[in-house]
Structures are given as C-alpha cells and as structure tokens.
Design a protein around this ligand. Structure first.
Ligand code: PLP
Ligand code: COI
Length: 339
C-alpha cells in the first residue's frame, strides 16, 4: 500500500480493502454485505456463466485539492444499470441502494482514492449477475449485485495525447436492434477480436460503422465518438451505442460554453469536415483522435497535424476534470461529495 506510485498507475486491477455485495432471492433484495474476499462462490449452472446475464457499470471518485472525495453522476449509472437489466431481463437494483453501495464502497476504501496531485482516480465497478441455476434459456430467479473499486490512471497510456483509430469493416460490435445500447459483457466479448487486431496494427481503438449500412459512425471502442466543427459538438444518434454519461456531461458543458450540440447520424464522409474528433467515456475521459484510417477503403481522416489535442477537446477536457476534482464549482449537479 505504502508503495503505490499513484502518478504511474495504469488502468488495471489492484486489490483493495473491501467490496460490497447484495443478493436477490424470493423476489427481494437483501441487505448490503461487506467482504474482503475477491471471489464469488457460484453455482456452475448460473445464468451469467451460460447465457450472459451480466450487466456492469463504471464510474469514478476523485480526491480534490481540498481533500474531499467526489463521485461523478452516481444516479445516472444506477439508472443505466436498471435500463440494462430491463434489456436482458434481470432483477433491477434499486437506485437508492446503488447510491448507498457506491458511497460505502468508496468510504471503506478511502485510502485507495489517489491523491489530487497524481491525476489518478478511483474506478468503481458495479456488477450484476444472474446466479441461480438454469439449463433452458430463461432468466435467473436469483441475482447478485456487487461493487469493487480499484485505483486507476489513464485508460490509454498516451493519456490526453491523440491516438490513431481504425475502421475495420469485417467486424461489428452490436446489431442494430441488439444489445449495443446496454452495458452487458457480451458486447465487450464481441469487440475483443477487432480490438486486438487494431492494437497489433498500432491503433488504440476501433471505430465501428453502423452494422446495417456501414455508412454511419457508431461506437468508438469502449467509448462514444464526437466530432467538432463550426463551434458545434456532434455525436452519433444510434440504437446500437451505449448512452455515455461522459458524452451527456460534455454536451451539457459544450452548451454552457456557447457551443451548439447535435446528436444525429454522422455519415462517414462527414469525418473529413471535422476540425477535431475524440472518444469519450468514464475510463477514457476524452481521448483525442489523431487520425482515423478506413483501411479497406484506403481513406484517412486527420484531426491533429502536430500530434497535440485541438483547442476544443482541451477546453472540454479541462472543464470536465475541473468539475470532477472540485477545482471549479459544479453548476450542473454532477458530483456527490462524500462526507
Ligand atoms: N461506450 C462503451 C461501449 C463503453 O463501454 C463506455 C464506457 O462505459 C462508454 C461508451 C462511455 O460511457 P460512460 O461515459 O457512461 O462511461
Ligand atoms: C468505462 O469507461 O467505464 C468502461 O466501462 C470502459 C471499459 C473499461 C469497459
């Protein structure tokens, strides 16, 4: 513990003091339980193992200059987990209980919240799984909710430096009317192969085109895509992308800075008109895009000539981080201060 080099942390797992659990049985959620065990005893026929009844979330806590800990948009993550649960027929975890569980998980691991100066944060990972045995394809009758936390640094080792992104037309992440809009493990399994291929080729992420027409910009790796032009923040409207809470926050921030915001289909050709582009998400924060290569079509869209992030990405990033760390007042009501 004494040896953690906070400013060198990557986005990885580290054992902490405590995780929070809660079980659903006979139609009701039990009390929150706290444990230091990193293992889950589970029935071998649990639905999460066989039929992918698994939902997760990701949010972060930040230590401010004032020493206080702030958690970003807890309710939004709670609501999205409920939405995912509706999508794959799991018991919904109550919003108030989610909030309490997050706060307890942070408080009981307070010593793992990185210091302000490090620029690192505490990643909070809620998980919901179907635990009862089922052999036919049917939803479980019993569920387990849990939250673990782990201190993290940047998702991409480059941090806020722009990275190259690739379009791989042989892969889809999600079907148009499928589960892309839910935060379920299956979507990430479906993205592993394309993701690894992209990494081998020197790219940080895959930019998926819509699966039906291969014409519109869809999801960007484990993040949403946005482009900037003419003082406008433009982000895809799509049935198959995860409604990112970071993206929603950036839209609110952009409006407050006098920018226009458009959420609409983005045809691939329009990429050529963007002054800047980025990927956004809890883990990625804003990851500016250097260049997008559509390798099968032999096209390239360049967003940074000098290898640095553009001015609008930088402004949005600085404002978001300032709210998260408490450097600037939270006029949006995004953060919960842990007392
Ligand atoms: N899209 C995908 C596929 C993700 O995994 C994530 C990460 O949570 C996001 C977008 C960004 O969502 P959020 O900003 O709520 O973290
Ligand atoms: C997040 O941004 O929180 C994510 O979930 C992305 C990835 C770690 C799955």
């Amino acid at each position: 513990m004494e040896n953690i080099n906070w400013s060198e942390l990557s986005f990885g797992y580290m054992t902490t003091d405590c995780n929070v659990r809660c079980s659903y049985k006979d139609g009701a959620w039990g009390d929150l339980e706290f444990t230091s065990s990193e293992y889950i005893p589970m029935h071998m026929a649990a639905t999460c193992l066989h039929y992918g009844q698994e939902a997760f979330e990701g949010l972060k806590a930040f230590r401010g200059k004032d020493g206080k800990i702030r958690v970003f948009r807890i309710e939004e993550n709670a609501k999205r987990m409920q939405h995912t649960s509706e999508g794959i027929l799991m018991a919904k975890f109550p919003i108030d209980k989610f909030r309490e569980a997050v706060i307890e998980a942070v408080k009981r691991n307070e010593r793992f919240v990185p210091p302000y100066e490090s620029g690192a944060s505490l990643y909070i990972r809620p998980l919901l799984i179907g635990t009862s045995a089922q052999v036919g394809v049917k939803p479980a009758t019993e569920y387990m909710f849990l939250i673990f936390v782990t201190p993290v640094g940047p998702y991409f080792k480059e941090g806020f430096k722009p990275t190259p992104v690739v379009i791989l037309r042989q892969y889809d992440r999600a079907a148009p009317l499928g589960t892309g809009k839910y935060k379920v493990g299956g979507n990430y399994a479906a993205s592993l192969s394309a993701g690894e291929k992209a990494h081998e080729m020197g790219y940080s992420m895959v930019l998926y085109l819509d699966a039906r027409y291969k014409k519109y910009v869809d999801e960007c790796g484990p993040a949403n895509f946005f482009g900037i032009k003419d003082n406008t923040y433009i982000t895809p409207q799509s049935e198959s992308i995860l409604p990112s809470i970071t993206n929603d926050s950036l839209q609110q921030i952009a409006k407050s800075m006098g920018m226009k915001v458009e959420q609409r289909p983005i045809p691939e050709e329009e990429l050529a008109t963007f002054e800047e582009a980025g990927a956004c998400g809890t883990a990625a924060v804003i990851s500016p895009i250097l260049r997008i290569d559509d390798i099968d079509e032999d096209k390239s869209y360049v967003f940074s000539k000098d290898g640095e992030a553009g001015p609008t990405c930088l402004k949005l990033y600085n404002k978001l981080r300032a709210i998260q760390y408490g450097d600037e007042p939270d006029t949006f009501g995004f953060v919960t201060v842990i007392e």
